[in-house]
Write a protein that binds this ligand. Structure first.
Ligand code: GUN
Length: 300
């Protein structure tokens, strides 16, 4: 058996089209244009690539994009002052501070200074708490994108056995809350898990989010299981020529695709969905701020 490939690129294009359609509606009916402010501190090359992609796609769906690029040695006081200004700016409906931040800046403090209603990353403890208690919140983009793909593939997830590998605040923990909300039985496995292969082998749904290239082999996967690969790892690819690299996930695609029922590829799976969900969250934040109807199917 060969797994069905879940096309995150096509799905993300559909989500962006839904966002763009709703943006056009509220612009027409209420004269409001959703605005997303992205703050980048320093010059981390990967972060620069993400921020550029976010800005481009924000504009493509008809929203306003505000980019704030700060020097790597920006003081915490200056960063907090910028966030305070963005919190009070009625044209800004979403604020994203690109992580990781340079070491001298306290990420927890910075995130907690963002107005929870504008926290389109869903990282503020208010949103974490709301999600954990099943209340309306801003939902972290990557797990939201994974959930959308799983719902689209399966319909109901009720009663399924889900194993998440990785316990990060950005992916593993919120993913667990979302799958629990959809009535899965959820296990979070991590570096101290005993007999990880056996834990993964019983899963109907596997979400791999550890950041270790190709660590999940096919013989850990139950035949027919759905595998969501959150990893984006750049590795050397000498077969492509000297100095060349390629992107791989946390899943060994070549062996897992032989066993799984469905799999998200890397690239072209979860990655494009993350930015699409950021745009969806910005639109949702804008609609909530203005008391306008929220778009359907773009949040939990
Ligand atoms: N860095 C890597 N992923 C993310 C993300 O989802 N949000 C933010 N703010 N920074 C990131």
């Amino acid at each position: 058996m060969t797994a069905e490939i879940i096309d995150g690129k096509a799905f993300a294009a559909k989500v962006r089209a839904q966002v763009a359609a709703h943006v056009a509606v509220i612009r027409e009916s209420h004269g409001v244009i959703p605005g997303l402010a992205v703050v980048l501190v320093g010059e981390d090359p990967a972060s620069q690539v993400y921020v550029r992609a976010k800005g481009k796609q924000t504009v493509e769906v008809g929203m306003n994009s505000y980019e704030h690029k700060l020097d790597a040695d920006t003081s915490e006081a200056d960063l907090l002052a910028l966030i305070k200004r963005l919190n009070g700016d009625a044209d800004v409906h979403g604020i994203l501070v690109q992580l990781p931040l340079p070491g001298h800046l306290n990420e927890d403090l910075v995130i907690s200074s963002i107005d929870p209603a504008k926290d389109v990353d869903g990282f503020h403890i208010s949103n974490v708490g709301l999600l954990g208690t099943g209340q309306k919140s801003m939902v972290p983009c990557t797990p939201l994108g994974c959930l959308m793909m799983l719902r689209d593939h399966h319909g109901s997830l009720s009663g399924m056995d889900a194993v998440i590998i990785g316990r990060s605040n950005i992916v593993g923990k919120p993913m667990a809350q979302l799958l629990l909300g959809d009535s899965c039985m959820v296990t979070i496995a991590h570096s101290r898990t005993r007999d990880l292969p056996d834990v993964v082998r019983r899963a109907d749904i596997v979400v791999a989010a550890v950041g270790r290239p190709e660590m999940v082999p096919g013989d850990w996967i139950k035949p027919g299981a759905t595998v969501v690969d959150v990893g984006i790892n750049r590795i050397d690819a000498p077969e492509k020529g000297e100095g060349k690299t390629r992107l791989v996930g946390d899943v060994d695609f070549a062996s897992v695709v032989q066993v799984a029922g469905a799999i998200t590829p890397v690239p072209g799976g979860v990655g494009p969905m993350t930015i699409a969900c950021l745009l969806a969250n910005t639109l949702t934040a804008c609609c909530r701020a203005g008391g306008m109807p929220e778009p359907e199917g773009l949040t939990v």
